[in-house]
Each structure stands twice: as C-alpha cells, then as structure tokens.
Write a protein that binds this ligand. Structure first.
Ligand code: IPE
Ligand code: IPE
Ligand code: MG
Length: 254
C-alpha cells in the first residue's frame, strides 16, 4: 500500500487533498460502455473503442501519479469472439496499434507491460507485437500494466488445473503440495497481488469472467461513466470509496 499523503500534489481538486489513507496496490478495471458511447453519438462502435484508448492513456498516467503499482485492464474477453468479425478485427488492430504507439511512453514512465489471457487464438502479428512490448518493458518497475486480452477467469483456472495435473502425472508434484499459494502461482497473474479495488464502468453490475480467482476479496465499485469518458476524477472517486471500506476478510466487524 502506498501512502496517499505522498501524492496530495497530484490530486486535481481539494476533495481528497486533506484526506490521509492508502491507495490500493492493485486496481482492476472492466473497460465497458465503448459501444453505447458511440451509438449514442450515431457513430460506429469501433469509434467508441478508439476513444477508449484515450481513457486508457489517462488512467495509466493517473495511476503513475498516484503511485499505484499494478493496473489490470480488461480489453477482450474469451467471450468477445462472439461479436461481429468487423468489431473483433477492429479490436485486434487497436491492440496492435496501441502497443506500437505507447511503447515510448511506457519506456519513459518506467511501465512494465504484460498481456494476460490466451495467445493460441491470436494472429501471429498480434502475438509478435505483444511479445515485443513485453520484452522491451520487462525490467520497468514503476507500474505493472496488465492488459487482459482473450482473457477469461474460468479459462485461466482451467489452464492452471491442466498445468498442475500434468506436473502431478509426471511425478514432479505431490497432490498434498497443491494449495492456494501454488494454485495462484499457476495463474497468468503469478507474482501479482490480488486487486484490492475492482471497477466496472457503465452501470453494468457483473463481473463477466474477469479475474475470477483474484477478486475474491476485492472492493467492487460500479461508476455510471462510459469508459471513453472515464477521467482521473472518476478514478479518485473509486479510490475514495475504497478508503471508506472496512476490509474484514471474514473477521467480525469492528
Ligand atoms: C467494452 O465496451 C470493450 C470491449 C468489450 C471490447 P463494449 O464494446 O462492451 O461496450 P458496450 O457494453 O457494448 O456499450
Ligand atoms: C466485458 O465486457 C469484457 C470487456 C470489457 C473486455 P462485455 O461488454 O463483453 O460484457 P457483457 O457481455 O456485457 O457481460
Ligand atoms: Mg459491454
């Protein structure tokens, strides 16, 4: 946890300036509402996704300012393949283009980029652009930015189970050695602490297969804002809510 007193200067208004407290180490966000944002304006859905990239940039900058160590953004679910081919292709193109255009900014701001999810269904050029940015930013330490792409919490768990089963079968692992710590080490998020704060924008109140294992004790916040309109103030409001939560982890209320 990072002390909020260190970051008073970066706050955009006085609302939180006098407030002490902690910022979360890890924030996870379901970037939702791009399509509705565009449709409301009579634009094709892909324009909403394009605008969403600006919100990603703003949010990454805000997290760096606030001293957040891990940010996970849900960009494409294992179920999003069900969308029209044109939209799927548009999202693949946007991922590739964004990785290319943002690489310099990641380097300058000491951001380590990781993509979580499956790789086997992505086109080779998409995989190559992911691998290049992951490789070039691997030793950066200020913020770890995880982009969840062809990611599903259930799929991640099934892949972990397969990995564990094969280690047991080969004699490398005893059944008694399987516990929560070992299981977490077999997930895509191995080594990353669970998110304390889960944000889903656009007034949709569901998890939609995001970080199924990791969000067990996350504080959940559901702002109304569509993702393309998400600002640093929206992020601060969510953090403010988090700071008021009493995190009990099963203990009796104080
Ligand atoms: C979220 O916005 C982005 C992705 C799922 C890729 P949507 O595209 O789901 O936007 P809505 O929910 O249709 O408005
Ligand atoms: C979840 O949003 C996936 C991403 C934001 C990438 P969806 O818009 O796909 O979720 P549902 O279909 O409304 O549950
Ligand atoms: Mg949606």
């Amino acid at each position: 946890m990072t002390n909020l007193s260190l970051i008073h200067d970066s706050l955009t208004d006085g609302r939180y300036g006098k407030m002490g407290g902690q910022v979360p180490t890890h924030i996870a966000i379901v970037m939702d509402g791009n399509g509705r944002w565009a449709t409301q304006r009579g634009m094709p859905r892909i324009m909403g996704h394009q605008k969403g990239v600006d919100a990603v940039r703003r949010t990454v900058e805000a997290c760096i300012d606030l001293g957040i160590r891990y940010l996970t953004l849900y960009a494409f679910s294992t179920e999003n393949w069900r969308r029209p081919l044109e939209e799927v292709n548009g999202l693949m193109f946007l991922l590739k283009r964004t990785l290319k255009t943002e690489l310099k900014t990641f380097e300058e701001n000491n951001v380590c980029l990781k993509v979580i999810g499956r790789r086997d269904r992505l086109a080779p050029d998409v995989v190559a652009s992911i691998e290049q940015v992951e490789h070039q930013t691997a030793s950066n330490t200020a913020l770890t930015l995880q982009i969840a792409f062809d990611y599903g919490g259930r799929d991640e768990i099934v892949r972990a189970v397969r990995q564990i089963a094969s280690r047991v079968k080969s004699g490398d692992l005893a059944i008694d050695e399987i516990d929560e710590t070992l299981f977490a080490q077999c997930l895509d998020t191995a080594g990353v602490p669970d998110p304390e704060l889960f944000i889903r924008v656009s007034s949709v109140l569901r998890i939609s297969n995001f970080l199924t294992w990791q969000t067990t004790y996350s504080e959940l916040v559901f702002p109304e804002t569509y993702w393309p309109d998400f600002t640093k103030d929206d992020l601060l409001s969510a953090i403010h809510h988090f700071q008021k939560c009493e995190r009990r982890f099963g203990r009796a209320a104080s």
